[in-house]
Ligand binder design. Structure first.
Ligand SMILES: [Zn+2]
Length: 136
C-alpha cells in the first residue's frame, strides 16, 4: 500500500477523512455504506444522514456517474495540479447516489456539460493514489 502524501490530502488529521484516503491506496474507490439502510455517503461521517445508524462499512463503488456541477480551475500552484491548468473539478453524482468532487481529466473544459457521463479512475500522484474522473 502506498503512503499518504503529506499536504496533498485535505484534513488528513481527521480519522474518517484519513481513512477515506487510505481506502484509495489500493486503487479502488470505496465510500461509506450504511449497514442499516444501505445509503452510500460522502464526505465521511460517523452517522447516517438518512436513518441515524452508526453502523457502516467501506464499500467499493462502480465509479460510474454523471456531472452534477463543475468549475474550471485556471490557477493552481500545487504540484501536480499546476501542470493541468486549466482543468475541471466536477461534483459527480455516482450511480450509487453519493456525490464526490474530483478533478475531471482527459477533457478540455469547453467539452464538459452537466449530466455528462464520467467514470472514476484512481491514479498515482506523487507516490499516493487519489480519485479522478474521466469521460465515460
Ligand atoms: Zn442509514
Amino acid at each position: 500500500m502506498s503512503e499518504i502524501v503529506p499536504g496533498l490530502y485535505p484534513s488528513s488529521s481527521d480519522p474518517l477523512n484519513r481513512a477515506f484516503w487510505e481506502q484509495c491506496q489500493d486503487g479502488v474507490l470505496r465510500l461509506q455504506r450504511c449497514d442499516a439502510c444501505g445509503l452510500f455517503r460522502h464526505i465521511p461521517r460517523t452517522t447516517c444522514p438518512s436513518c441515524g445508524s452508526h453502523a457502516w462499512n467501506w464499500t467499493p463503488v462502480c465509479g460510474d456517474g454523471t456531472v452534477f456541477s463543475y468549475t474550471v480551475i485556471r490557477e493552481n500552484y500545487m504540484p501536480p495540479f499546476q501542470g493541468l491548468v486549466p482543468y475541471v473539478v466536477a461534483v459527480v453524482k455516482l450511480t450509487e447516489g453519493a456525490q464526490l468532487a474530483a478533478a475531471l481529466l482527459d477533457v478540455v473544459p469547453e467539452q464538459v456539460t452537466l449530466d455528462m457521463p464520467v467514470k472514476v479512475v484512481v491514479r498515482d500522484v506523487q507516490g499516493g493514489k487519489i480519485p479522478f474522473f474521466i469521460p465515460a
